[in-house]
Design a protein around this ligand. Structure first.
Ligand code: FPP
Length: 242
């Protein structure tokens, strides 16, 4: 009698997943609705997918909610997005606390309106001692600005005499990024069929797996995330080796 081959152990989930949440506007347009309706459904997807990420064992989920280039949108759309963000923070905080989620924000979020800045500070403080998983929201974020800021931080330390310029290497620059203390990015997903990075996590994506899916962000759900993890599990990551 031949022994059955042992079933393959399921691949471990990626530790750090980031998502460019794209397609809210098109979702609304298809339904003859205003763009804000798409963004509202986008927030529902944020709730759904962040819960799903916890369930699926993802340690860090980083979501691109507002880029440093999104200020170019019409004033009322920017106002609507900030309003949704306020509402999200107010309505979701208790759940994040009770679920042990640590909230982090990356980007130049301190340049947002003062009430939003204090809401964000309060939310970060309330979840700071939570064990995790971590939900990272990128707000007023641009990767090029993040890299320039990191370079400036290192230059200031060198000028102050606390850092030897010769010791500046990849690890030093990485540690000076907003994401310096987070695990490496494993998987970067962009929804809505567009295939570009749009100034998101440029450094961190060096060895990430990319997945571009046609689903519009408001339609993205637990099953879509599980499918993405399955595809990730089948990828051969070589990190430059063979
Ligand atoms: C892209 O869709 C989406 C955004 C620029 C904003 C993403 C924001 C949310 C999902 C809501 C706020 C987030 C939180 C965390 C509360 P698009 O408008 O570019 O869509 P389009 O390309 O179809 O026009």
């Amino acid at each position: 009698m031949s022994a059955k081959p042992a079933p393959e152990a399921p691949a471990p989930p990626p530790r750090h997943v980031a998502i460019i949440m794209d397609g809210n506007g098109r979702w609304a347009k298809k339904r003859f609705l205003p763009r804000i309706a798409g963004h509202r459904q986008g927030v529902e997807a944020v709730r759904r997918v962040s819960r799903a990420a916890r369930k699926l064992g993802i340690e860090v989920l980083t979501l691109y909610a507002f880029s440093s280039e999104n200020w170019r949108r019409p004033e009322d759309e920017v106002r609507d997005l900030m309003g949704l963000l306020r509402h999200f923070l107010a309505s979701e905080l208790d759940e994040l606390v009770s679920e042990g989620v640590k909230l982090r924000v990356i980007g130049n979020w301190r340049k947002l309106s003062p009430d939003l800045v204090s809401m964000i500070e309060g939310a970060i403080a309330r979840t700071a001692d939570n064990p995790g998983p971590t939900l990272v929201i990128a707000l007023n974020y641009g990767a090029q600005a993040e890299l320039a800021t990191a370079a400036r931080t290192l230059a200031e330390r060198a000028k102050a005499g606390t850092l030897d310029p010769a010791s500046i290497d990849e690890a030093a620059l990485e540690a000076a990024l907003d994401t310096g203390d987070l695990p490496p990015l494993d998987l970067l997903i962009r929804t809505s069929g567009e295939q570009r990075l749009s100034n998101f996590l440029l450094w961190q994506a060096a060895y990430a797996e990319f997945l571009f899916v046609d689903t519009l962000w408001p339609d993205f759900d637990e099953a879509a995330l599980a499918d993405a993890l399955d595809l990730f599990g089948k990828r051969q990551r070589r990190f430059g080796g063979l």
